[in-house]
Write a protein that binds this ligand. Structure first.
Ligand code: HEM
Length: 241
């Protein structure tokens, strides 16, 4: 506890906490993206995967840990970005001060919008806000029908495209942070600049492309609702079929 308090009191300590919480969050989004790709193996595959997660005995502990990590990452991330800005000895030229300031706050803005996205996303797909009758569907195995939840949500072009926009914002945030966290953790060196640049592009493109394919696959009709979901009472009206 003492060590944590000491870390919080120093700038480098705060940077290390932002970087290490960032690593956990990146691992979470990679895991979530790979898990979501089971949707391409069909309704049973995604629902079995979601069931396995929902039945985990450590689900609530993991949720609590992740929430704490998100809050630490955001609070210290904002503090570190503002400190960096204040610590700049040479003031920006008046003509480009605005764009530099915008660049500095890019991470804060994209982070805050992503936070809003996560709150909306959890209310939508986990808690069922605005999902309607499909939220209570179960599949043939008796599992919660997460597949129909996702597909019916993305059949609405507004929802699909707002997810795609949020994922592009995630790309902006990831691209900068993957490189920055290597720097903070001390792995960065001028000689390896291109390597870390390449790595941050690869992580960003794979994660974001993996997520984006899902709303796109639904919008193009590649992923469709199973017949029993469409025939659910009141649901055919909901999906507009
Ligand atoms: C196309 C993109 C995405 C899809 C299809 C998707 C799908 C889902 C689904 C179906 C759930 C509910 C699982 C369940 O109740 O069993 C969920 C939960 C969640 N998602 Fe996503 N997701 C996407 C993107 C993201 C992104 C980019 C983030 C984070 C930046 C994220 C963070 C979360 C969180 C924190 C939860 C709550 C987990 C829990 O219940 O504890 N998701 N997602």
């Amino acid at each position: 506890m003492n060590r944590l308090w000491h870390l919080l009191r120093t700038t480098i300590g705060r940077k290390l906490l932002v970087a290490s919480s960032g690593i956990v969050l990146i691992l979470f989004v990679i895991g979530h993206m790979v898990g979501n790709l089971t949707i391409y193996f069909g309704q049973a595959a995604l629902n079995s995967y979601a069931h396995w997660l929902q039945e985990s005995p450590v689900l609530w502990l993991m949720r609590l840990v992740m929430l704490t990590i998100v809050l630490v990452h955001i609070a210290l991330g904002i503090a570190v970005t503002l400190e960096n800005y204040r610590a700049r000895k040479i003031p920006y030229q008046a003509h480009n001060a605005f764009s530099k300031r915008l660049f500095q706050s890019r991470l804060i803005i994209s982070g805050m919008v992503l936070l809003l996205f996560i709150v909306g996303h959890v209310m939508h797909l986990t808690l069922g806000a605005g999902v309607g009758a499909v939220f209570s569907l179960r599949d043939n195995q008796g599992y919660v029908d997460v597949y129909s939840r996702v597909v019916s949500a993305f059949q609405n072009p507004w929802i699909a495209w707002s997810y795609i926009c949020a994922m592009l914002l995630l790309a902006l945030h990831l691209k900068h942070t993957v490189r920055a966290l290597f720097q903070t953790m001390g792995f960065y060196h001028d000689n390896y600049f291109s390597f870390f640049e390449f790595l941050s592009w690869i992580v960003t493109v794979l994660v974001v492309a993996g997520f984006i394919t899902i709303p796109l696959a639904v919008q193009t009709g590649w992923l469709a609702l199973p017949a029993e979901a469409v025939s659910t009472a009141g649901f055919s009206r909901l999906v507009g079929s």
